[in-house]
Design a protein. Sequence first.
Length: 228
Amino acid sequence: MNTEETTVTNQAEEYLEAIYRLENKVGSARTMDLSRKLGVVPGSITNTIENLEKKGLVIHEPYKGVKLTDSGRKIASSILRRHRLAERLLTDFLHLDWSEVHDPACKLEHALSPEILKPLEKALGHPKRCPHGNPIPTNCGGILEEKTIVLTELDAKTSGVIIKITEEKTETLKQLTKLKLTPGQTVQVEQVNPTGSVTLQVRSQKCTIEPNVASVIYVKKSEETVGN
């Protein structure tokens, strides 16, 4: 299949992007995970997945979830590229807070044509990452991921530099801002508590975050970090 000849609706683009994110995080996208991420009922998910499968963009294996085909991944990568450049536009030029750009970027990404994207990227200074630290795919669909680990995998008394935040919900990002847990910040794990919560030291201050928050923070161990 020639991807350039495959046209999909804005709704289908949202699905492909969501599948891409889930597949990269957990290996596949289950119906219930997609339902929660997209805010739609499972029945609607099933119908759209069937249509995407007919177009050759996804493969659905019962009880295992949905995965992108090569054609689907190429389209999803393009969508993600537009989304993350849109987020940079909203933060760098319009000065929106990083906690508020995900939803408007979801709408804006569909309007960014290839003719607009190239000069936009130039005006932004060819950024490599979105405001949340996640890599922006190249025009060819490549994506350069730094070697990182989830914050919960850091041992006690071990430091790391925050590289990216994989959750873009406003309330989560506002909480992280308040705690100064943002990309580029150095943190040290003081204690991993029996409940799964993690006590951290950030800029001489201590804070404790729940496992669901710690699990969206990806860090690079300080000894592995160059230039920090």
